[in-house]
Design a protein. Structure first.
Length: 157
């Protein structure tokens, strides 16, 4: 089962947040919290708070649905930072001109998942033994003429 938490309209650029999120992807929750506690980036406390929120969401959903959620078995399955709206601002420039610049915002999303007893995630357990069949490509083929041969072009004398 997956548990998520989101923080929207954060006043920091997505690139700066991705630097911190890449540190915790795939880690157990306890390791991720320790990593965030000692990271010297300005957004790290916010991501730490968001991760704790995702853990509390897991506890809440477990209590509401009667599912036994092992918090120690949770890991960070996905942590992404998408770009939010930009605020357009104007800075005064010499000779009465104005320069435009943009203040970026980001939407942060953290998804937690449970590991199975063998250590694999619950979602990946079903696809480990199966191989995906390659998708058939229809590029360059027209409908109904897949087996048609090319006509020979008559030569001029």
């Amino acid at each position: 089962m997956e548990f998520r938490a989101e923080a929207k309209y954060m006043r920091v650029s997505p690139q700066k947040v991705r630097l911190v999120l890449d540190l915790i992807k795939g880690l157990r929750v306890e390791e991720a919290l320790n990593t965030l506690a000692f990271t010297k980036k300005g957004i790290a406390p916010t991501v730490h708070k968001l991760l704790r929120s995702a853990i509390q969401n897991a506890n809440y959903v477990g209590q509401e649905k009667g599912i036994d959620v092992d918090v120690d078995g949770l890991f960070v399955k996905n942590a992404i930072s998408n770009e939010g709206p930009r605020m357009k601002r104007i800075r005064p420039a010499p000779m009465g001109r104005a320069f435009r610049y943009q203040r970026r915002m980001t939407h942060i999303s953290i998804i937690l998942s449970e590991r199975n007893k063998d250590g694999a995630s619950a979602d990946l357990a079903t696809t480990v033994g199966e191989e995906a069949a390659p998708a058939k490509s229809t590029k360059g083929k027209t409908a109904g003429r897949a087996g048609a041969k090319k006509k020979a072009v008559a030569k001029k004398k």
